[in-house]
Design a protein around this ligand. Sequence first.
Ligand code: UDP
Ligand code: MG
Length: 328
Amino acid sequence: MPDAVATLPDPAIATHPRPALCVIVPAYNEATGLEEFHRRLSAVMGRLGRSWQVLYVNDGSTDATLAVMRQLRERDRRVALINLSRNFGKEVAMTAGLDHADADAVIIIDSDLQDPPEVIPELVSVWQEGFDIVYAQRSVRQGETWLKKTTAALFYRLMSDIGNVRLPRDTGDFRLMSRRVVEALRTLREGHRFMKGLFAWVGYPSKAVLYERAPRHIGTTKWNYWKLWNFAIEGITSFTVMPLKIASYLGLLVSVFAAVFIIQLVVRTILFGNPVAGYPSLMAVVLFLGGVQLLTLGVIGEYLGRIFNETKQRPLYLIESFLPPEDM
Ligand code: UDP
Ligand code: MG
């Protein structure tokens, strides 16, 4: 597929034969765990008996992550590295990796060893059976609170109910994707990137492989509930306009209710006169309607803001440096 080769920034690596597998590893402040990660990854990949390379994406880390990556690349000729110009977030870091990976299949894995590299051989063997996307599905979530588990379950539920994509449950970004899936993903350039949704949107035959998600090897998660909340909003607004529909139906419902209320009021006044009362109920209705209106405006604003961001057509990321693998 020559068109994919044309997207590579460095023509020099196009002269190499393409490796079978490319492992994409986004990393943000992971200096402490990266050596151990690379050791375990290499051990697993070595046993596969296929050509492979690993593409580390440094997502603007403020610690020694970049230095560690450089060391790894000096020691291991299969290591490529992208250094982004600043922290862009994991979704964009993965996109940068996908844009630069040139292999028959690509594997995305976290660098904190929560996604055990030991699962990769199984992903590869399912890919060999003819599946384009092989996603690793968590059977156990260790080291996570029940609150996180419940909110995660709720979110998957909501996305499959009102979103137009079916997200596989308990699945992160840890997955293998065939070349045509990666090429399809490259054509999706929206700035608000909800990768799990994009993976699902692409389609193609996919299959799950169960694994046990380990607690973090070292360091702490970069996710807090505020970020997770925003992530969920991103997912919903990227894949469904249902909240806008809910807003209009809510408006319709309230209007109908108000009309009935007014008719009832007029009839009652004609029949029984009007003993004025009900300042509190008036206040309640005004406040309620004010609240509904603000909420609705807010929902519209969420979408409007996203349209605003998308119209700017900014590049998704900027690369400070790209070091291709020396060898495969
Ligand atoms: N990550 C990244 N950019 C960020 C935040 C995280 O590349 O802005 C990477 C991080 O280094 C790790 C992966 O994304 O390899 C998952 O991050 P984390 O472990 O914090 O998330 P969790 O496992 O809790 O979902
Ligand atoms: Mg993690």
